[in-house]
Design a protein around this ligand. Structure first.
Ligand code: NAD
Length: 509
């Protein structure tokens, strides 16, 4: 969708003389699309925009609407074409949280935005502000770089049988390369010392295995940055227990979603976290929290997450000096004990303020720096300049079999009986039934009676001679299976790539 259109900020940055070309146009404003959002969104956005104005950020704000109201006007995705046009023109979106209907209605707008705009890198700094905001981990400063487009978030789900539903987990090599490289380039640009990769490749050897493999390929290209890999379960436990052992963490989408909330929470409050969603031609900036409907309209919400997201936005659009001023004023406000109710603590806080008064306190401190917390410094900071990913050489692909998934619910669910039907279906086709699994556990041949079986069977067929098979053999097999009265629900082809199996092996293979 977004292909050739140059983001407006790039053009305006050139016009403003930041590239040294046209100092006379230095007053040109940077166009930013703004979505106020739902729940507390409008009030925290109001506070943030007033602050940006006070900071003379030089932004040309273009407000668009998204979410429930748009959905109710008949736009099934919750976004109007004019909103897409605005984002494509500006290339920058500052967004308030949006309520996602649960269990029905339109798809998550956040996921739609990230994926449609190709915002592949979700960057969430998780910083503790102890002693001004109580945290069990003083000094915590971890950045989670979450892959933002792939994994189970493709949203490809199917109910396949009466008992079984499925969600596809898609991981691509270019997707891994982009996010891993982004994490290392981020670490380099921000003076970070270590990048840790979290996956579950001991179980998901193909998908998470690819992510880990790409990490191992790219890491040596950054010899000054330490690298390590953690299995996600123990890695997450360590992050929750000793977060100061980590610096930058790069991880697939679902793990990143969960980990970044945990990491933000243990800094002291999710209300303080901002995030950047970065793509090649567009970027979106938002607080990490949601629309908090129960406190909406009460002027108690903490606008800090959105303000810190705006700080990330300012560096992204080439306004590092404004970003630094806003961030340092924010640190000073926190340090001065001017706190919203979510972080107010009588033992350290001095003034309990509402959303708008917090923004006013911050505006009063523009130009000041924190005295105890480390001041922010963005001098010379530019958007990361990532090399384009090179397409990998195409491996030789060969079809060597097929997994046929069958919905079968005969009394007793005896796999031996299913195997008789399937063996007969494969006869004279040059193929044979190799195994049947149920929820991944081999139940034929040599299954155990103790294994619990659902109505969802994976039946693996390979060539009689162990060699390649043709698509014609596969379709003939499916025809025979259907004529046996069996309900096949999907197939997965078994392919080798340069002779290496591109599929998980069943037990005992
Ligand atoms: P939430 O983040 O909205 O709220 C969790 C808790 O944190 C609540 O107690 C809330 O009052 C509090 N909280 C959140 N932000 C706060 C702030 N700025 N100041 C003070 N307290 C704050 O999470 P939820 O309740 O699970 O989600 C509510 C809605 O937001 C859902 O529809 C969800 O889908 C959506 N959501 C949107 C985004 C987004 O737009 N990026 C992200 C997460 C959730």
């Amino acid at each position: 969708m977004i292909s050739t259109l140059a983001p407006a900020y790039a053009v305006e940055n050139a016009a403003s003389g930041r590239d040294g070309s046209c100092p006379s146009a230095a007053a040109a404003k940077t166009a930013v699309t703004v979505v106020r959002g739902d729940g507390i969104g409008p009030e925290i956005m109001e506070a943030t925009l007033r602050l940006l104005e006070a900071a003379q950020a030089g932004l040309d704000l273009r407000q668009v609407e998204m979410g429930k109201a748009v959905y109710e006007r008949g736009h099934s995705a919750g976004i109007e074409p004019s909103a897409w046009d605005s984002i494509r023109q500006t290339g920058v979106l500052l967004k308030g949280p949006i309520t996602t209907p649960q269990g029905g209605g339109y798809k998550s707008l956040n996921v739609t935005l990230r994926k449609t705009l190709g915002l592949y890198a979700n960057v969430r700094p998780c910083v503790a502000y102890d002693p001004f905001v109580a945290s069990r981990f003083p000094g915590m400063d971890v950045v989670i770089v979450r892959e933002n487009e792939e994994d189970t978030y493709a949203g490809i789900e199917h109910r396949q049988t009466a008992e079984v539903t499925q969600c596809l987990k898609l991981i691509s090599r270019p997707g891994c390369e982009r996010i891993v490289r982004y994490a290392f380039e981020y670490a380099k640009a921000y003076g970070r010392k270590k990048v840790s990769c979290f996956t579950k490749d001991n179980i998901m050897k193909a998908t998470d295995g690819l992510f880990h493999k790409v990490f191992d390929e790219i890491a040596p290209q950054y010899p000054d940055i330490e690298n390590e890999h953690w299995i996600i379960d123990i890695g997450a436990a360590r992050l929750a227990d000793t977060p100061n052992d980590f610096d930058v963490i790069v991880t697939p989408n679902l793990y990143g979603d969960i980990l970044s909330d945990i990491a933000a929470q243990i800094t002291g409050s999710v209300g303080l976290g901002g995030s950047a969603n970065i793509g090649p031609t567009a970027a979106m900036f938002e607080a990490i929290h949601g629309s908090a409907p129960t406190i909406a309209g009460q002027d108690v919400a903490n606008p800090s997450g959105l303000i810190l997201a705006a700080v990330q936005m300012l560096t992204h659009v080439g306004k590092p000096e404004v970003a630094e001023r806003v961030h340092n004023a924010w640190l000073r406000t926190i340090e001065d004990g001017v706190h919203t109710p979510d972080v107010y603590d009588g033992s350290v806080s001095r003034q309990r303020v509402g959303t708008q008064a917090f923004a006013d306190a911050l505006a009063e401190r523009l130009g000041e720096s924190p005295k105890k917390l480390a001041p922010a410094s963005y001098a010379g900071r530019k958007p990361l300049d990532l090399p384009a990913t090179q397409p990998a050489a195409k491996p030789k692909k060969e079809l060597v079999g097929v997994d046929v998934f069958i919905d079968w619910d005969r009394p007793g669910r005896k796999p031996e009986m299913l195997a008789i039907f399937l063996q007969s279906a494969a006869q004279h086709l040059g193929m044979k039934l190799k195994m049947i699994t149920n929820r991944g556990v081999k139940v034929w041949p040599e299954g155990l009676p103790e294994t619990f079986c659902t109505d969802h069977w994976r039946c693996r067929f390979v060539a009689l001679d162990g060699g390649p098979v043709t698509h014609g053999q596969v379709t003939a097999l499916l025809g025979r299976i259907a004529r046996q009265g069996l309900d096949f629900i999907k197939t997965e082809h078994l392919c080798t790539f340069d002779g290496q199996p591109g599929y998980s092996m069943g037990q005992g293979e």
